[in-house]
Design a protein around this ligand. Structure first.
Ligand SMILES: [Zn+2]
Length: 371
């Protein structure tokens, strides 16, 4: 995954000799197929050469396409999406591996095409992880299972051996005062982080008591950003194990969000509202540009036909396009559908687990609609 700063750097790249931007869908269910990215790239190049009308584009597709193919033939499949920006004359070669779905799409221009990447980043914001102890607390920024510590707050909190002449009750209040001060300092750091790098999701880990103490004093809007809490055994756990627990919280949250979206689409479809499920109806709303959020189960294929002239596609087999009578090709039209949805500004989500089972029962694809 990439940061906002990296995205800005990529977006600023330019070359009058033309830059090829490639987005490739990687289906984790097809990992056994080593040629998957090659096939998908070739398909996207074909579709781009039909779509792009500039005089330079065939030359750039040819020049950079060769380089990308060579790279892909040796590339180890990882993640769910791959983005490549390439321009040999300008010595531009950038690859970004993503854990989220991107459309299969190739474009040529004098600049990099980073719009889709920017939208993906907006849809999958980083998770902020706060791990809190009575005298020590840390904030991590976590993206796609890669976490980085950004802040640490250490405070002096008197231990039992320091009770000395204090009475039990007074000493206890003394300790609590220091813990409260420590937590207040930590909350200030959380606020400060949001000021420099606004975030949407927060997971809080620690002992139950400390987590509860923190949640009690966490003000809005931060309290609303908490997606879950997790217990941490800092004596026996490594930092990596702690952060893995934070990811479990995130995954549970994501799975729930997917389920809610699928339910929303199914309910709305049944009520004749802004929702649709099933292959034919969903493809139709994509063609009409009405999709707000497209939901797709992992590993779905849609055998159908696509027009080589006007880009019409459907799950039906046709030799000649029903819209423009152009020549058609048969095959999987899901890539086309996803590309069209993305280009029309829709969010596209692959769903897994319970949401996937629910959606599979409705044809494996559905959408929440704009209207
Ligand atoms: Zn057509």
């Amino acid at each position: 995954m990439i940061t906002r700063q990296q995205l800005e750097r990529l977006a600023a790249l330019k070359s009058d000799e033309g830059i090829l931007s490639a987005y490739l869908t990687i289906d984790p269910q097809l990992m056994y197929d080593r040629n998957q990215p090659l096939t998908r790239f070739k398909g996207a190049v074909k579709s781009a050469s039909r779509r792009l009308r500039t005089t330079r584009s065939p030359e750039v597709l040819e020049r950079e396409g060769k380089r990308v193919l060579e790279f892909l033939s040796k590339w180890e499949l990882i993640g769910r999406g791959l983005v490549i920006f390439s321009s040999q004359p300008a010595q531009i070669w950038e690859t970004v591996s993503l854990e989220v779905l991107v459309p299969n799409f190739v474009d040529v221009d004098a600049t990099t095409k980073t719009g889709i990447l920017a939208r993906v980043l907006d849809d999958y914001p980083p998770l902020v992880v706060a791990v809190v102890q009575k005298n020590n607390a840390a904030i991590y920024i976590s993206q796609q299972r890669v976490s980085e510590e950004t802040t640490r707050v250490k405070s002096e909190v008197p231990g039992k051996h320091e009770q000395g002449g204090w009475s039990q009750g007074r000493f206890q209040r003394h300790v609590e005062f220091h813990i409260a001060e420590h937590l207040k300092k930590f909350v200030e750091e959380i606020k400060e982080l949001d000021r420099v790098q606004p975030f949407k999701y927060l997971a809080v880990g620690g002992t139950e008591e400390t987590v509860n103490d923190l949640l009690k004093i966490l003000p809005e809007p931060f309290s609303k950003k908490v997606i879950g809490a997790f217990s941490v055994d800092l004596k026996h756990e490594t930092e990596a194990e702690t952060l893995e627990r934070a990811w479990k919280v995130w995954e549970a949250y994501e799975r729930q969000a997917e389920q809610d979206l699928v339910e929303k689409a199914v309910d709305a479809a049944k009520a004749g509202d802004q929702g649709v499920v099933g292959i034919n109806d969903t493809l139709w709303t994509i063609l009409e540009g009405r999709v707000h959020t497209l939901l797709v189960t992992e590993g779905l294929r849609i055998e159908g036909s696509a027009c080589l002239n006007c880009n019409h596609f459907s799950a039906k087999k046709f030799e000649r396009c029903p819209i423009c009578v152009g020549e058609a090709e048969k095959g999987d039209v899901l890539d086309r559908a996803i590309e069209k949805a993305f280009l029309d500004g829709a969010r596209v989500k692959t769903v897994s687990g319970e949401a996937s089972r629910r959606l599979t029962a409705e044809g494996g694809i559905g959408a929440v609609l704009r209207y």
